[in-house]
Design a protein around this ligand. Structure first.
Ligand SMILES: [Zn+2]
Length: 108
């Protein structure tokens, strides 16, 4: 049993590393979903993809999430999450530098 779990863990880790290596060339198509944890309208879950709530889908939301993906492409997986969460702890959600950049990108 523990070998199976170890195998699953190694496979998942390898999969995430491969996605991260290919991040510069891979841009996901947003996936429309019925529900997200409130109050979220959309989520960029790097390195997997972008989720957008079906009834909230808009050009503005797509620009915002594409901006987060571009941040991840530039920073890489570990630096993206490290920066996101350190900013989140320091400044909260809205004044998070990464969020501010994407709120500005909505108007481009
Ligand atoms: Zn955001």
């Amino acid at each position: 049993m523990k070998w199976l779990l170890l195998g699953i863990l190694i496979a998942t880790f390898t999969y995430i590393c491969l996605l991260n290596i290919n991040r510069k060339t891979y841009t996901p198509k947003p996936r429309l979903v019925k529900r997200l944890p409130p109050p979220r309208k959309a989520m960029t879950i790097v390195p997997f993809g972008i989720l957008i709530k079906k009834d909230e889908d808009s050009e503005i939301i797509r620009k915002h999430e594409a901006c987060h993906w571009a941040q991840y492409q530039e920073l890489g997986l570990l630096r993206f999450y490290a920066k996101y969460f350190s900013q989140y702890i320091k400044n909260g959600y809205r004044d998070n530098e990464l969020e501010e950049e994407c709120y500005l990108a909505e108007n481009d």
